[in-house]
Design a protein around this ligand. Structure first.
Ligand code: AMP
Ligand code: ZN
Length: 128
């Protein structure tokens, strides 16, 4: 049993055993971090689908948006504001981008720790 402040998977800092994004949040696995605040970390996707492909990841381990509660209102809003900031940083604000949150099987979710994909830098085609 870990007795660190990150013991509970409800705490910021992740710590959910076996969760790859908790390990990235805790910096046990190296990632190319582009943004960080109290609630979020953002880093380059290891398998980019476009010239810019950043993952915005909650520090708290939540499986996906279905796991969000009223407590996560600041986190949810912060994710959108962080996406704006990162889009500007990577100069894709004017050209445009897409923000995607996959959920469960039909949504194609592979990592069960809340995250959004910020994708841009090329025309993405119409999806919806
Ligand atoms: P999703 O399919 O929405 O769950 O997205 C998971 C994303 O995490 C995929 O786009 C993967 O390429 C990405 N990914 C998995 N492992 C890593 C890692 N160690 N560093 C960066 N991105 C990762
Ligand atoms: Zn996690």
């Amino acid at each position: 049993m870990r007795l660190s402040p990150h013991f509970s998977h409800h705490e910021k800092g992740g710590g959910m055993k076996g969760c790859i994004f908790c390990k990235i949040v805790d910096k046990e696995i190296v990632s190319k971090i582009v943004y960080e605040d109290d609630d979020l970390i953002a880093f380059h996707d290891i398998n980019p689908l476009a010239p810019v492909h950043i993952l915005l990841v909650s520090k708290k381990h939540i499986e996906n948006i279905l796991g969000m509660t009223d407590e996560d209102a600041k986190l949810a809003a912060g994710l959108l504001f962080a996406a704006n900031e990162i889009a500007k940083k990577f100069n894709i604000d004017k050209s445009g981008f897409r923000l995607i949150i996959n959920c469960n099987s039909d949504g194609g979710q592979e990592v069960f720790h809340l995250h959004a994909h910020l994708i841009g830098g090329a025309p993405l085609g119409k999806m919806c």
